[in-house]
Design a protein around this ligand. Structure first.
Ligand code: GDP
Length: 789
């Protein structure tokens, strides 16, 4: 720069000199002219010209002087700048060296530091492992850049419990820590391809396989005891910070150290329930989920919900690790949670090992039947083809460190691309909760992007989208499930991936299960409001509602979905749904079912309040409301009510119910041929009951009367089914002339029960339980014979 200035000044000075030369030449010429003219007459014009030229020469000299001074000043300034740059550079180097020193010191303390020599040794060991047939996972691009280093985002970690980190090679260290932190927070400058966020982990499996206990162990909490009915009903989440992971995986460091270091800043564990009825809630969990833990009880192997979970994970293409849980139940198991489970297994007695092998082999076959290859994590020949299995005991803690290490390893290798941080906001409202002193708050899973106090957010609401401003951002203390903790830290800004509680105005009617958007302009607000409305309509329309059925009211979208799933299994149709407290208008909507059947004029209120006016209105209208906070109880309450109604109706309509039958007369057993007719019959199809009206369709449908008694081997019966040979007594119920065997009908006529439209409807409504599939087929046949439409 300074050279350039100097060059410019020199060329200018040359120009000035040339200019002066020109002036001199012109002056000389003028003088010559004057002297030649002096001889004649002095001219004033010529004098003026001389004066002008002299003035121009003085000006040019002055200009040259100034240029020279400016030149000198620029030169001095450039020298000073050079000096300053040098000092800055020195300081920067100094700072980098200091940071590197600190990092190495910390890694040494954590036992993570590897010298160049150790690294080479480590890789040689890997090659050896591979030559012995022990799998070493393929190196990813990130790995290829050298040993990955965790950057000390200390301040940033203070902002988030599971913050993002940037992998760097030891030799690179191209920027100092502060500038990295700035990069992370400055939305425009994030180098997303190298930054990993915390992976979102879900736990799936059959009921009682130990999902909650595994989660408890990972978090070292006891959520299971607090769950209503002992099952996980709604989504919860826990931030597990890196410090905890580092501490928990001490014994399995060799797994992670293949990659050199921890690149993920932590884990976000979403607690998704495994019961079949939670299919939708679980799917919601899965869609947030980057990596799943499929829990299999080693004693029971694959069970119904394990298989269902596998299908779900495969459908959603969610990678998973299998936790082969409850190994402490193997014969003579000796627990040691301080060691990698591979060594713990090796140290077991031979009979324990045999027991393990037996169970393991069976489970491998069961997985193979599902089309999956599985292998123990330390024997996995190819993680792209085989799912890794980690033996665990959530109860004793054996293998839990290895499981976490596998989660870290899988996240940092196969999932690295998937969990790279992006600036685009990706957040889902998980729960809406009223908190004393804060008002209604929302718990949000923030996967990517930033949220700050003061941001304008848009969330779904019971009465349309809600636009509000973040007042407070609260994060639970590390390792604490958001549902359980009452202790929060206030934050000004949070970044993915974490769970955060947001306090803001107007959140009372917000809905869980929908995305959260952030907007800066009015246009953006309008856009996202539309977006939320569209999503909610799509979700509500996706529920298959029936014309006749109960009305469901739930607190969140997730619980509504879960409840509908349970009702589907129980074959209880649903005609309407809503979210939030039961209002008068809900009762009005439910009351429309009174026209169809009183049993459908019912509101099932799951985990929601019932407004006083709604209660009163329901009484007036005759609408029944059941309320409970436990999904199964609520369902049982309704089933009990339905059964009670059926019983009442059965009593009321029993005399009108006609069951289908086809009877062949046994001519050798005619005991009385006229009213009451007593004869032997073989039941060709259907069944007979006392009270069944009997007719002869082949003889213009003449009525014989109703069955008054049934006997078999001198024993009275209330009912006799297809294939039986019984003696029946038919008593005439009309005043018509009694019909006589041999005159009005004979052995060739088939006797049938006299059904009608009304009797069919009654059987359908109240006596379904007593009918078999073949009975319904016979009803169809009889309908044709009796011309019933
Ligand atoms: P979930 O329904 O899958 O969430 O299963 P839970 O975590 O509620 O566990 C069901 C039962 O199994 C509880 O009684 C647990 O104490 C027990 N359990 C869970 N994990 C283990 C384990 O590793 N070993 C043994 N022995 N019992 C376990």
């Amino acid at each position: 720069m300074s050279n350039k200035n100097t060059k410019m000044s020199l060329s200018k000075a040359t120009n000035v000199a040339e200019e002066i030369n020109n002036i001199d030449t012109t002056e000389k010429k003028a003088n010559d002219k004057i002297s030649s003219k002096k001889k004649n007459v002095p001219n004033s014009k010529i004098l003026n010209l001389i004066k002008e030229q002299q003035k121009a020469r003085k000006d040019a000299e002055l200009k040259a002087d100034e240029e020279a001074k400016e030149n000198q000043r620029l030169q001095e300034e450039s020298d000073r700048k050079k000096q300053e740059e040098l000092v800055l550079l020195k300081k920067k180097h100094e700072k980098k060296r200091e940071a590197k020193k600190k990092r190495i010191q910390r890694q040494k303390q954590e036992g993570l530091y590897l010298t160049k020599e150790q690294r080479e040794k480590h890789y040689r060991a890997q090659i050896q492992f591979e030559s012995l047939g022990i799998h070493v996972p393929p190196r990813t691009n990130i790995q290829q850049s050298g040993i990955q280093k965790r950057i000390l985002y200390n301040d940033f970690q203070k902002t988030n419990s599971t913050c993002i980190t940037t992998p760097l090679t030891e030799d690179e260290d191209s920027s100092d820590e502060n500038s990295d932190e700035e990069n992370i927070c400055n939305e425009d400058s994030v180098q997303t391809k190298d930054i990993l966020r915390a992976p979102v982990i879900c736990v799936l499996g059959h009921v009682d396989a130990g999902k909650t206990t595994i989660l408890d162990n990972l978090r070292r909490t006891h959520v299971q005891d607090n769950e209503a009915g002992g099952i996980t009903q709604q989504m919860g989440a826990t931030n597990v910070p890196l410090d905890t992971i580092v501490e928990r995986t001490k014994m399995s460091r060799k797994l992670i150290s293949r990659q050199g270091d921890f690149m993920i800043p932590g884990l976000l564990i979403i607690d998704t329930p495994g019961h079949a009825i939670f299919q939708n809630l679980r799917s919601r969990g899965s869609s947030l989920c980057d990596l799943a833990i499929l829990v299999v009880d080693i004693m029971n192997g694959l069970q119904a919900q394990t298989i269902e979970s596998i299908r779900l994970l495969i459908d959603r293409q969610t990678p998973f690790i299998i936790a082969l849980n409850k190994i402490d139940l193997l014969y003579g198991w000796k627990s040691n949670k301080e060691k990698d489970v591979e060594s713990v297994l090796e140290e077991q007695d031979s009979f324990t090992q045999d027991h393990f092998e037996k169970r393991y082999d069976e489970i491998i076959v069961q997985f193979a039947k599902q089309g999956l290859n599985v292998a123990l994590y330390y024997k996995n020949p190819n993680p792209n083809e085989y799912y890794s299995m980690v033996p665990t005991s959530a109860r004793s803690g054996d293998g839990m460190g290895s499981l976490i290490a596998m989660i870290v390893e899988t996240s940092q290798t196969n999932l690295a691309k998937h969990i790279s941080y992006t600036n685009e906001l990706q957040a889902t409202v998980m729960e809406v909760k009223a908190i004393h002193g804060l008002g209604t708050t929302i718990d949000v899973a923030l996967i990517n992007g930033c949220l700050s106090v003061g941001d304008k957010i848009i969330v779904g609401g019971q009465e349309g989208p809600i636009v509000t401003q973040i007042r407070r951002l609260l994060i639970p203390e590390s390792n604490q499930e958001l549902r359980d903790t009452n202790q929060y830290e206030n934050k000004d800004k949070v970044m993915g991936t974490c769970v955060v509680k947001i306090a803001a105005r107007d959140l009372e009617k917000s809905l869980a299960g929908l995305p959260l958007f952030m907007a800066r302009t009015h246009d953006e607000i309008d856009y996202f409001k539309n977006e939320i409305e569209l999503i909610l309509t799509t979700v509500l329309n996706s529920f298959k509602l029936k014309d006749n059925g109960v009305y469901i009211q739930a607190s969140t979208l997730g619980s509504l979905e879960a409840f509908l799933e349970l009702l589907k299994i129980q074959k209880i149709p649903c005609s309407g749904v809503n979210i939030g407290p039961v209002h008068r208008k809900d009762v009005l909507r439910a009351s429309t079912q009174l026209e169809n059947d009183i049993k459908w004029a019912t509101i099932l209120a799951f985990d929601v309040k019932i407004e006083k006016d709604a209660q009163d209105y329901a009484k007036t209208m005759g609408v029944k409301i059941f309320q409970n906070d436990e999904i199964y109880n609520l369902c049982s309450m309704y089933v009990a009510y339905q059964n009670q109604l059926i019983k009442e109706n059965q009593e009321k309509y029993r005399h009108l119910a006609v069951f289908p039958c086809k009877l062949k007369i046994l001519p050798q057993n005619i005991f009385n041929s006229r009213d009451p007719i007593i004869c032997g019959v073989r039941i060709e199809d259907g069944f007979i009951k006392i009270g069944t009206p009997i007719c002869v369709p082949s003889k213009d449908g003449i009525d014989l009367g109703r069955i008054a008694s049934i006997e078999m081997n001198h024993k009275s019966l209330d009912i006799a089914r297809k294939g039986s040979e019984v003696c029946i007594k038919i008593v005439s119920t009309t005043n018509d002339t009694a019909k006589m065997y041999g005159r009005h009908f004979d052995k060739d006529d088939i006797l049938m029960s006299k059904i009608s439209r009304e009797s069919i409807d009654i059987v359908k409504a109240y006596f379904r339980d007593e009918m078999q599939e073949s009975d319904w087929r016979l009803i169809i046949e009889l309908k044709k014979i009796f011309n019933i439409v």
